[in-house]
Design a protein around this ligand. Structure first.
Ligand code: V47
Length: 360
C-alpha cells in the first residue's frame, strides 16, 4: 500500500510520515478527498443563515496574528451591552438567521455574571435561535480570571442556554509555534480538554486550525491528528450527543497585525491542506471551507477537494475582515445559493447541527 492508501484506511502514521502526503499532486489528493466527501454527502453543499456578533475588541491577551483586537494597529476599542447584543440578535432572527455566533476578545471589564446573563437573556427572548458561543480560549480566560474551573464555566454556559461551541482559539497546537504567535493564550492541551468536557455534557462543537503563517506542513498534520484523537466515539457523534461536528481550516489573513509574514500559501497548497484534512479527519463529519478567509471562489473550488460546507451568511464579520478579508458585510442568501448552484452543487440550507432544512 502506498502512503495515500494507508492514510485513507486510517493506518497509524506519524505527523512526519503523513506530511509527505503533500508530495502527491493536487488532483490525486483531491480525488481521494472527494471520494470520501461524495460518499457522505453526494454533491450537496451546506450553508446556514447565521449572524456573527463580537461583543468587544478590548483584549487582555496579545496574539500576534490578530488584527481585530484594539491595539496600536487598530485603535478603536468598543464594548457592547447586553441590550445591544440582544437587539442585534432579534433583528437578525427577524431577517431569517437561525444561529448567532458570539465570540469576543478577552475583555477584562466584563464580569463572569455578565456572560451568563447575556446567554440567558438571549435564550429567554429568542428561544428558537441556536446560540453558538464562547471559544475555548474565552472559557480558559474566565477560568483563569475568576478561578472557578473550566468545568463550572462550561456547565454554567450550558445551563444558560449555549447550544454549541465554535472552534476558535485552536490556532496551531504545536507548542513552539503557539508560543510565538499567541503566547499566554489557552494551551493546546487545555483547548482540547475544554472541548472534551463540553462534549461529555452531550454538546457539539467545532474545531479550527489557523494556517498559512509560520507553521509548516508537519505542524498542520500534527494539529489534525490531535483533533482526530480527541474526537468522541463515532456513534455519539452520529447521534449529535457530543463531539466535533466540523473542522475549519482558517487561512491566515496577513494585514494589520504584529506577525510579520509576507508569503501567502498558493491555492494549490490551500486545496491540498483541505484534501488532507478530509482524508485524515474521517471521524469528523464536516470540513468547512470558510468563505470569509478563503474567498467565495476558492471556498467553492474547495468543495471539489473534500470540503462540504461554506459556513453561512454571517451578516457582519469583524475578525477576518480586520486582517484584510472581504467579508465585512457577510453575504446574502440568494448570492450564496446562486454561487453554490453555479458551481454545480446542490445548495442545502442546514441548521447549526447540520440537520438539513431546505434545498434551494
Ligand atoms: O480563533 C484571528 C482566527 C478565529 C486571524 O466554529 C484569524 O463554526 C485568519 O474560530 N486571519 C475566530 N484568521 C473565528 C472562528 C470561526 C469562524 C467561523 C466559523 C467558526 C465555527 C469559527 O479567527 C480565531 C483565530 O484563529 N483569526 N485572526 C487572521 N488574521
Amino acid at each position: 500500500m502506498d502512503l495515500l492508501d494507508k492514510a485513507i484506511t486510517g493506518e497509524n502514521l506519524s505527523a512526519h510520515e503523513l506530511s509527505k502526503l503533500y508530495e502527491y499532486d493536487i488532483f490525486t489528493l483531491g480525488k481521494a478527498a472527494d471520494t470520501i466527501r461524495k460518499k457522505k454527502y453526494t454533491n450537496k453543499v451546506f450553508f446556514n443563515m447565521n449572524r456573527h456578533i463580537n461583543p468587544s475588541n478590548i483584549c487582555a491577551d496579545v496574539c500576534k496574528f490578530c488584527a481585530f483586537s484594539a491595539s496600536r494597529k487598530n485603535p478603536n476599542p468598543y464594548e457592547m451591552t447586553i441590550d445591544e447584543i440582544l437587539a442585534q440578535t432579534i433583528s437578525s432572527y427577524q431577517r431569517g438567521a437561525k444561529e448567532v455566533h458570539i465570540v469576543s476578545a478577552h475583555n477584562p471589564n466584563y464580569s463572569y455574571e455578565w456572560y451568563i446573563e447575556l446567554f440567558s437573556t438571549i435564550k429567554k427572548n429568542v428561544p428558537d435561535i441556536h446560540l453558538k458561543a464562547m471559544t475555548a480560549a474565552e472559557v480558559d480566560y474566565l477560568d483563569r480570571k475568576f478561578g472557578i474551573g473550566y468545568q463550572k464555566v462550561l456547565e454554567d454556559m450550558a445551563k444558560a442556554g449555549v447550544d454549541s461551541m465554535p472552534g476558535g482559539g485552536a490556532e496551531i497546537f504545536d507548542e513552539k509555534i503557539r508560543k510565538h504567535i499567541c503566547n499566554g493564550k489557552v494551551s493546546s492541551q487545555k483547548w482540547i480538554q475544554i472541548h472534551q468536557y463540553w462534549h461529555s455534557l452531550g454538546k457539539m462543537s467545532n474545531c479550527t486550525m489557523l494556517f498559512g503563517h509560520i507553521e509548516n506542513r508537519e505542524h498542520r498534520i500534527d494539529h489534525m491528528l490531535r483533533i482526530k484523537n480527541a474526537q468522541q466515539d463515532p456513534q455519539i457523534v452520529e447521534a449529535k450527543n457530543g463531539g466535533f461536528n466540523a473542522f475549519i481550516p482558517l487561512l491566515y489573513q496577513k494585514q494589520n497585525n504584529y506577525l510579520k509574514v509576507e508569503d501567502f500559501p498558493s491555492g494549490q497548497e490551500i486545496l491540498k491542506t483541505i484534501s488532507i484534512a478530509r482524508i485524515i479527519l474521517q471521524n469528523v463529519p464536516h470540513i468547512k471551507a470558510y468563505w470569509a478567509t478563503l474567498s467565495m471562489n476558492l471556498a467553492l473550488v474547495a468543495q471539489e477537494f473534500g470540503a462540504d460546507d461554506m459556513d453561512g451568511t454571517i451578516e457582519a464579520e469583524a475578525i477576518q475582515s480586520a486582517g484584510g478579508a472581504k467579508s465585512k458585510s457577510g453575504m446574502g442568501k440568494d448570492d450564496m445559493v446562486y454561487q453554490i448552484k453555479n458551481a454545480g452543487f446542490r445548495a442545502i440550507e442546514r441548521d447549526s447541527l447540520y440537520n438539513e432544512l431546505q434545498e434551494w
